[in-house]
Design a protein around this ligand. Structure first.
Ligand code: GTB
Length: 220
């Protein structure tokens, strides 16, 4: 059965692949699983029909038969468990790949999201100028720690895994802000992820949504 995921009808990132459907698309491309996409407006995301899929009214979600999932990390791990290619077969290595997946989402991503929130929603607050460097400092601590662990390796724990996919997807959010440049090992790690054919296919698929939408609007 072909799964259906949800994504922004018009992503605020203009097709740069920063929304979280990108990591799900990437995982599906890595394992060679075709998928359908239901595009949602911001309004539709908050309607009951979508809240039944995700109580928080967010994308991405996953539907496959009577299985409905939300949370990008859970969806990526679901894909990884069902198909070869994203989790090692050996039990301990598999457990470590899951640990790296959680590290990406619950240790590295939160300070990055905090910074984005500060930039997009708190710019006018009197404390913004003081808070931003503090948030960036916290990110640099995490990046230094991650970089030290990665060292000269290509991936976090042997072969490319769901842990790398999620970690690269998280780090990509820093690309435009100039913060990754201070950590050349991580910049190279991200570049390796982006160079994967599956990443390229996923990126083009989400970009096509934005391009189609822009063309439709222009031709009206
Ligand atoms: N923890 C959830 C998960 O991992 O799935 C978080 C899901 C989430 O934050 N979804 C966002 C969403 O639906 C889209 S990805 N937001 C709408 C809402 O909450 O009403 C976050 C995102 C949005 C936009 C950009 N951007 O424009 O660059 C980047 C990332």
């Amino acid at each position: 059965m072909t799964p259906t995921i949800t994504a922004f009808e018009r992503s605020p990132d203009g097709g740069r692949g920063l929304a979280r459907d990108m990591r799900v698309r990437w995982a599906l491309e890595e394992v060679g699983q075709p998928y359908d996409v239901r595009l949602l407006s911001f309004g539709a995301m908050k309607e009951q029909a979508h809240r039944a899929r995700n109580p928080f009214g967010q994308i991405p979600t996953w539907e496959e038969g009577d299985l409905v999932l939300f949370e990008s990390g859970a969806i990526v791990l679901h894909i990884a468990k069902r198909h070869a290619g994203l989790l090692p077969a050996e039990a301990k290595a598999r457990a470590r790949a899951v640990a790296w997946s959680f590290a990406a989402i619950s240790t590295v991503e939160p300070p990055i999201v905090e910074r984005e929130t500060a930039i997009y929603l708190e710019r006018d607050r009197p404390w913004h100028a003081e808070r931003l460097p503090m948030l960036e400092g916290r990110i640099h601590v995490r990046l230094s720690e991650l970089s030290a662990r990665l060292g000269a390796a290509h991936w976090l724990d042997g072969a490319f895994s769901a842990g790398d996919l999620l970690m690269v997807a998280v780090l990509i959010r820093l690309k435009d802000g100039g913060m990754l440049e201070a950590h050349p090992g991580l910049a190279a790690y991200v570049a390796r992820g982006e160079a994967r054919p599956a990443y390229r296919r996923a990126f083009e698929a989400q970009r096509a949504v934005f391009a189609d939408r822009s063309n439709n609007l222009k031709s009206r």
